[in-house]
Design a protein around this ligand. Structure first.
Ligand SMILES: *Cc1c(COP(=O)(O)O)cnc(C)c1O
Length: 476
């Protein structure tokens, strides 16, 4: 039996470790308190292991020799921001878990200018008096969508809530049972309605709703006819739903506003780029919808935002709702959204410069070329016996609850191995300093080139080397 007390005495003091050359060097770039925390934590672990694992003298000395390195690693880790960039190798373009839409360079220039300077956020430059933060986006939204007026809040969930609270608080909203959806992050239409104070009147059945169902349900208390885009699922087979075009005359006849939650909010006809047709905001307005809401960071490809477009009288009422203050967007969102919307003034420019649209419109040949380039880089960067790399056909997804049935033909680099665990390889990639998020399917790892940009090829090569090395494989 070893005498534990003597072993504990082998451990250095915090102050002693702070005098180590490597740790002194660390202090030049990392805040002292993070370094001291790292030292304490590493010492605690070692102290605990002496008791728990009954380490012998030799093992303790061995661990002690590695202490400085462990502290350095831990401190570097602590120094990384918690919210970090990752590489999206999943092929899912609008991936809610890893940031939905990317901001392109042109839009970023605008954000930088507004972020680093004062701006006319709520200042009317012509009159020299207080202005409105909503004015900057209204004209361009009206121009692009064909609506009368527009406003922007923090996200589409807030937009739906604001619309219902303004138009139907303590009153009734009629919606089809087939459209009572839940989208990710527990956004459920019935729950949002309850929060807004509106009473839900659902009509029809799960698979079929007819115009008469709506008309029969109308009472004195009906204040909104609501259509919700069933973004993330489809009912197939024996189905029928009532279109906005059919509902519009009913809404006029009873003078009840027709509201549509479009979810994604596409502004260009995606079928031109080989995707399934998705109703655009312009279509919704043209078919007689009075108020339409949609997200800024799904298919639109801008910052997180909820956009509301429609008849002026309703939009004006919403601007006066106290909830608007709680849901208001900040200047970064306004500058990013304005710059993104400006790109839409020319469709070709939009598709070229908005990363979401750009990735969605890539052809399989273009992705194939990217796959070949990454493949060459990976093969040149490392040689690992037991790892097989191939370029294969596959499908990527749109994501963000948009076009759930759409399968976009793509090219992937498939990594398979008989000797090393693919799930370990995947974890190593995730733990790399720039985490790489890839897909695992049936014991193979897939890197989908649709969502990987050229400047990220090197990161993937380094990450793969890191991951293989970590597992204990031979990298040369
Ligand atoms: C995504 C979505 C929302 C929520 O939008 P956020 O901008 O994420 O708040 C609401 N309704 C539908 C139909 C959606 O697809």
């Amino acid at each position: 039996m070893t005498d534990n007390r003597n072993l504990y005495r082998l451990l250095p003091k915090v102050d002693e470790l702070l005098e180590e050359v490597d740790i002194k060097r660390l202090l030049a770039s990392i805040p002292r308190r993070l370094v001291v925390d790292s030292i304490r934590e590493e010492l605690d672990i070692l102290r605990r292991d002496i008791g728990r694992l009954s380490l012998n003298r030799e093992q303790v000395l061995d661990r002690k020799n590695n202490l400085v390195k462990s502290v350095v690693d831990r401190a570097h880790n602590k120094d990384l921001p918690k919210l970090r960039r990752v590489v999206n190798a999943t092929g899912t373009v609008i991936h809610t878990n890893i940031g939905r839409s990317l901001i392109g360079e042109k839009v970023m220039e605008n954000i930088e200018d507004i972020a680093m300077n004062y701006s006319n956020l709520e200042y009317d430059l012509e009159k020299g008096i207080r202005g409105s933060r909503y004015s900057h986006l209204e004209d361009i939204l009206v121009k692009i969508t064909g609506g009368e007026a527009a406003m922007v809040v923090n996200n589409n969930a807030a937009a739906v809530m604001l619309v219902l609270s303004t138009l139907a608080k303590d009153k009734e909203v009629i919606v089809s049972r087939g459209e009572l959806i839940e989208i990710g992050g527990s956004f459920r239409i019935p729950d949002v309605m309850e929060q807004s104070g509106a009473r839900l009147v659902s009509v029809g059945t799960t698979n079929k709703t007819h115009l008469e169902d709506f008309e029969r349900a109308i009472t004195e208390d009906t204040k909104v006819l609501l259509k919700v885009h069933t973004s993330n699922y489809r009912i197939l087979g024996f189905t029928s739903s009532v279109s906005a075009e059919e509902l519009s005359p009913l809404s006029s006849k009873y003078d009840i506003p027709l509201v549509e939650d479009l979810g994604s909010g596409v502004l260009v006809d995606l079928s031109k780029y080989g995707l399934e047709y998705e109703p655009t905001v312009q279509d919704s307005i043209a078919s007689g919808v009075d108020v339409v809401t949609f997200s800024g960071d799904k298919l639109l490809g801008g910052p997180q935002a909820g956009i509301i477009v429609g008849k002026r009288e309703y939009i004006e009422a919403m601007k006066k709702n106290p909830l608007t203050r709680a849901f208001r967007v900040d200047k970064f969102t306004i500058s990013a959204l304005e710059a993104t919307l400006r790109l839409y003034l020319d469709e070709e420019t939009a598709v070229k410069n908005i990363p979401t649209l750009n990735m969605l419109s890539l052809t399989v040949d273009e992705i194939g070329k990217k796959a070949q380039r990454l493949y060459d880089i990976l093969i040149n960067a490392m040689e690992y016996k037991g790892l097989n790399l191939n370029i294969v056909d596959d499908y990527s997804q749109v994501g963000g609850g948009s076009l759930p049935l759409e399968k976009l033909p793509t090219k992937c680099i498939r990594i398979s191995s008989e000797t090393i665990g693919i799930s370990e390889l995947e974890r190593g990639l995730r733990e790399f300093k720039i985490p790489i998020i890839a897909r695992v399917y049936r014991d193979d790892l897939y890197i989908d080139l649709r969502t990987v940009r050229e400047e990220e090829y090197k990161i993937i090569a380094e990450g793969l080397k890191y991951s293989v090395g970590k597992i204990g494989g031979i990298v040369t």
